[in-house]
Write a protein that binds this ligand. Structure first.
Ligand SMILES: Cc1ncc(COP(=O)(O)O)c(C=O)c1O
Length: 418
């Protein structure tokens, strides 16, 4: 059996593949494994109650359930959900959007697959373009979505040391240049894996660059405002026809429903809808059916603001305090947690690679994600790439505390004995 170049590319060992395999393993052996890898959000009882109530109403209202599971949605996505989301975003942020500016996708992951391959790759005139990630580290899930090799280019950040153990990345605007071969700019905000939130100034400057070169600025808002709102700093959410904002219901607590939301100029929405039709006929509709009533009532905003954000902020503070205590006496640095669900730990001059640390931790039953996967498009050698790990702090207190303790033990052992 022969496999095409595409087949080989998609099946080769990838960071996101390893991450999903680890999630599956953790699910099978949940008793023995402390799952601080992967991107699963927490199960927050108050939030789950809302989903249960909405699902119950769907089941009890004659015909609603049958319609939700018995029909294909339009390839643009569930109309009622799109209309409700449009209204909500107009009201919250005063964005000048209409329902034709929104499409749903099979999780936001597949929105990136579609968009990156629309704006980068091979063009009719024979030229090739790339996606510019102005700051690496950046989301592991972008790395392998290109239909062609070498889809990304990115830059090393500036590092601000806020105190002895806390640092923050900033975009180094002197290092990035938008040349002819850049097809779009993309950032996640808050950033997975670091918990960084790019400042309004940085976003404005990227917007200006996008405008000046007539390319889109893609803002991955998977953790951002107004939902799930896992963001601990106040920022100004922007949208204009040059900007593509991508949202998701996953981190709200509905990852299994695979619901991504693209907000863009209508010409782009039309392409995304057509891509949906080709790839999967229509995006999944069950998440939209469950969430529509929450969006219409505005409960999604209240849940995100009053329950989800404080929940994760408390967990972030707690994890930060514990890890800082456990690592006392070590040259460690943690990115300031400003959002998302991770701590990004930088171990300067670690004598082993983060991949080796990951293996050692796995042997001790703790799963994290080694940092080297989070530098798509950054070709230059940089020791930092192998000195970091991503730790998901969204699991229950006991799991997180036990995991952090073992991480600290292994880190100290690595500094001591290697
Ligand atoms: C920054 C970021 N973007 C996009 C995604 C994809 O999420 P989903 O496909 O579940 O919407 C994730 C998932 O972890 C993420 O962290």
């Amino acid at each position: 059996m022969k496999i095409s170049r595409f087949g080989k590319k998609i099946a080769e060992k990838s960071g996101i593949g390893q991450l999903m395999d680890d999630l599956a393993q953790a699910f099978l052996y949940s008793e023995q494994i402390l799952m601080l890898g992967g991107g699963n959000p927490a199960h927050i009882p108050e939030v789950q109650q809302y989903f249960r109530k909405s699902m119950t109403a769907l089941l009890e209202n004659e015909g609603d359930f049958e319609r939700a599971v018995g029909n294909y949605d339009p390839s643009q996505g569930n109309t009622a959900f799109i209309e409700a989301t449009c209204k909500l975003l107009r009201k919250e942020f005063d964005w000048d959007i209409k329902p034709k500016n929104i499409a749903l996708t099979n999780g936001s992951q597949s929105a990136f697959f579609i968009l990156f391959n629309i704006f980068a790759g091979e063009f009719e005139d024979g030229s090739r373009k790339k996606i510019l990630l102005p700051l690496a580290p950046e989301y592991i899930g972008y790395c392998d979505v290109g239909l062609v090799e070498d889809l990304f280019t990115s830059s090393k950040p500036e590092i601000e040391h806020i105190d002895e153990h806390i640092f923050k990345y900033h975009i180094d605007f002197d290092k990035i240049s938008v040349t002819e071969d850049i097809g779009a700019i993309c950032v996640s905000r808050p950033t997975n894996p670091t918990g960084n939130v790019l400042t309004d100034f940085e976003i404005e400057k990227l917007g200006d660059l996008a405008q000046a070169h007539d390319i889109p600025l893609i803002i991955d808002n998977a953790y951002g405002t107004p939902f799930p709102n896992i963001i601990f700093t106040d920022v100004k959410p922007i949208w204009n026809p040059q900007t593509i904002v991508i949202m998701s219901l996953s981190k709200l607590g509905l990852p299994a429903t695979r619901t991504g939301i693209v907000i863009a100029d209508e010409k782009i929405i039309s392409i995304v809808s057509k891509a949906n039709a080709v790839i999967s006929l229509a995006p999944p509709g069950l998440g939209a059916a469950i969430a529509t009533s929450l969006v219409r009532s505005g409960d999604i905003i209240r849940l995100s603001r009053d329950i989800i954000r404080p929940f994760y902020q408390t967990k972030a503070n707690e994890a930060l305090k514990q890890l800082t205590g456990f690592l006392d006496g070590t040259d460690f640095h943690i990115h300031k947690p400003e959002g998302a669900i991770f701590l990004w730990l930088w171990l300067r001059d670690l004598p082993i690679t983060s991949a080796e640390l990951y293996e050692r931790l796995k042997k001790r039953g703790v799963l994290v994600v080694p940092g080297h996967y989070f530098f798509p498009g950054l070709k230059e050698k940089w020791r930092h790439k192998n000195e970091c790990i991503r730790i998901n702090y969204s699991q229950d207190e006991k799991t997180v505390a036990s995991g952090l303790k073992i991480i600290a033990e292994e880190v100290k052992r690595a500094y001591r004995t290697t």
